[in-house]
Design a protein around this ligand. Structure first.
Ligand SMILES: NC(=O)C1=CN([C@@H]2O[C@H](COP(=O)(O)OP(=O)(O)OC[C@H]3O[C@@H](n4cnc5c(N)ncnc54)[C@H](O)[C@@H]3O)[C@@H](O)[C@H]2O)C=CC1
Ligand SMILES: O=C(O)C(=O)COP(=O)(O)O
Length: 622
């Protein structure tokens, strides 16, 4: 047989294909290969820890309407995931969740109660009232896969801790935009006309028409601080009220501002020229207490401030001082540094301050919308689809994901193979990935592939779970430097990738033939008819489908080698599913790559090692 194969190619790969039915048969069946399809291998696109906590037996569905991210695996059993809803969520969202999961609505949990429950949950849904801290992720013990923020601001979620734990965070960024903008306008008008104060006064039996004379809005300048979704809607509405609108946002596109007829200005110009300031930036380390003594001092005397963003962007003590000395005439606040604020808060009790208890998103319409938006995102993420609203992971559009699906499998398997070829397996520092592709670099998004190679390398040698969320973090933490190279290929741009090569540098190999000329462990693979194949080991070309497990043997090319190894495997009923020989030339050094469905026992492996002329061999689990 080796002779027959030897005539096929010189240094190239020679494949001997076996029909699946022929258990460990060595008879080549040249054309009748029946490999399972990618989808039936249940390589789903999945966020979870499926091998440890499988639950979704359904086939992969990729939603076209949203972006998708992650990740691998073999979903199996039938248990439904559990979603903990920790704050009030609209009924329509709960219904969606119930169709797919066990829903536990437990509101007003203390931090301790949340930590106690979380290890029983696959997903957690919160609004602004729940702090999802590092302790929560640690208490989850690896089970929590998705945190859904039913709203925009994710300042109550420890994103770094989520990422480190491979937990995806999604939010619902659009459904409450109008509600928040309308609330800002409501506060603007109410503040300008003392509506709340006058109402309280009348209810106290008074009729104080002179005390509550207000100020007009028309012709006044309003500075929208943070020109994002809510800020833009506020700007539109303020223009409708006849106000002159300026905005400050270092990251906002000038075109968007121009389209609405708003001038983007610097922070100092905004605060020094505005009669009204409406705050719509997120709370970040940069924006924390950005409104402080210094900035209040620069404001136009008697400025009025509306805050429907986050309490923390204002230094509240400084605001009290500014209100007391008249720099700021009035404030209307929906949000506070601590919520609820202390009962004796000077700010809340200040007569020139109008307050609402974080009601910006609280309309019937917005809450239904947010509930549906977050339920879809969470269910999608649990299914392995991915929300367009992921906060802590790069997004890979659905179309790209669908196209890359077989390459995702190939990437993980190449990573797995490469790491198992390392002697010891722990000292890997340098990973180089070379993609050969006929696509323009900008048309080839390799983040998912890189994550999957990292997964393949790290998971077999640690107990860390790796997905697209934490792949780069995990690699960095383990000191794994990853470099990527693209080689352009003169082929059809229909196929995104011609081949993927994985090189591990500065490591010893337990299979010396896997080393390249430069001493790196080198494996290369391609996708053929949707099936990932290994095509290169070290400098030997092979062609073996990456299914089941693999045995590599290096030997001197001579008749009968395949038969001898095959017989040893057949004795123990180990089914060979694919076999390929790569060699430097007839009767010279050769590598046999043998795909086996089952794991051969130690005795069989020992016997293979004892076959004369087998110089080295290795068994690798895929
Ligand atoms: N009170 C409530 O119930 C609600 C509050 N919000 C809050 O409103 C804020 C805005 O929400 P969206 O408009 O949906 O978010 P967004 O992300 O669409 O807009 C935020 C804008 O702030 C800008 N920004 C960032 N840093 C800035 C800085 N230093 N100075 C000025 N601008 C800066 C960003 O470039 C972005 O354009 C968020 O903090 C959100 O949590 C949103 C909905 C309801
Ligand atoms: O979406 C936001 O950022 C909000 O502040 C809304 O908060 P809530 O969901 O009403 O607790």
């Amino acid at each position: 047989m080796a002779a027959a194969m030897a005539s096929t190619a010189a240094k190239g790969a020679i494949s001997v294909r076996h029909a699946r039915a022929s258990r460990a048969s060595l008879l080549p069946v040249s054309s009748s290969i029946s490999l399972r399809s990618v989808s039936s291998r249940q390589v789903s696109l999945f966020l979870g820890r499926p091998l440890r906590q499988p639950f979704d037996p359904r086939p992969l569905q990729i939603s076209r309407s949203r972006s998708v991210q992650i990740v691998t695996a073999t979903a199996a059993a039938d248990a439904k995931p559990t979603v903990l809803v920790a704050e009030k969520l609209g009924e329509a969202g709960l219904e969606l969740l119930r169709e797919f999961s066990n829903v536990d609505c437990s509101y007003n949990l203390s931090a301790e109660e949340l930590c106690a429950k979380i290890s029983l949950c696959d997903a957690l849904i919160v609004r602004s009232g729940t702090k999802v801290t590092r302790e929560v992720f640690e208490a989850a013990k690896g089970r929590l896969r998705v945190v859904g923020r039913a709203g925009v601001g994710i300042d109550n979620v420890d994103l770094q801790a989520a990422t480190e734990h491979g937990c995806l965070v999604v939010n619902a960024p659009t459904a409450n935009t109008v509600a928040a903008a309308e609330h800002a306008i409501a506060l603007l008008a109410a503040m300008a006309r003392n509506v709340a104060q006058a109402d309280a006064s009348m209810k106290a039996g008074k009729w104080q028409r002179n005390k509550y004379v207000g100020v007009s809005l028309v012709g006044k300048t309003i500075a929208v601080m943070g020109f994002g979704k809510v800020g833009s809607e506020v700007a539109r509405r303020a223009k409708g009220l006849g106000m002159h609108v300026i905005a400050h946002d270092p990251y906002a596109p000038v075109d968007r501002a121009r389209a609405i007829g708003v001038e983007l200005v610097s922070f100092d110009e905004a605060i020094s020229t505005a009669d009204f300031l409406s705050l719509h930036m997120p709370l970040t380390p940069t924006t924390s207490k950005i409104f402080n003594d210094e900035s209040f001092a620069k404001m136009k005397k008697g400025a009025r401030i509306i805050n429907v963003a986050r309490g923390g962007v204002i230094d509240e003590d400084a605001l009290v001082r500014a209100l007391d000395n008249g720099t700021v005439a009035q404030a209307a606040l929906d949000v506070f540094t601590v919520e609820p604020p202390p009962k004796d808060s000077k700010l809340v009790l200040h007569e020139n301050v109008t307050v609402t208890p974080h009601l910006g998103a609280s309309t019937i319409e917005a809450q239904e919308g947010v509930a549906i938006e977050i339920a879809e995102a969470v269910v999608g993420a649990l299914k392995g689809e991915l929300a367009a609203t992921a906060v802590n992971a790069p997004m890979v559009p659905a179309e790209v994901l669908s196209e890359l699906a077989p390459y995702v499998i190939l990437a993980e398997k190449l990573g797995r193979l490469a790491v198992q070829l390392v002697a010891g397996g722990h000292g890997i520092k340098g990973l180089k990935v070379v993609y050969t592709s006929s696509r323009n670099p900008e048309d080839l998004d390799t983040r998912l592939l890189r994550a999957m190679i990292t997964k393949g390398i790290i998971e077999p040698i640690s107990d860390v779970f790796v997905n697209l969320v934490n792949a780069d973090f995990t690699a960095k933490q383990r000191g794994l430097r990853i470099s990527e190279e693209r080689i352009s290929h003169d082929g059809s741009p229909e196929d995104p990738i011609e081949s993927i090569q994985v090189l591990l540098s500065n490591v010893e190999s337990k299979f010396a033939s896997a080393l390249s000329e430069t001493g790196d462990i080198k494996v290369e693979g391609r996708v053929k008819d949707g099936i990932p194949h290994l095509t290169l080991v070290g400098s030997f070309s092979v062609d073996v489908s990456l299914e089941g497990n693999l045995i590599f043997c290096r030997n001197i090319d001579q008749p009968g080698m395949i038969g001898r190894v095959g017989s040893i495997l057949a004795e123990k009923n180990v089914n060979v599913n694919f076999m390929s020989v790569g060699r430097t030339g007839p009767r010279k050094q050769a590598i046999m790559a043998i795909g086996v469905d089952e794991e051969p026992d130690k005795e069989s492996l020992k016997k293979i090692g004892e076959v004369p002329s087998i110089e080295e061999f290795v068994f690798l689990k895929l």
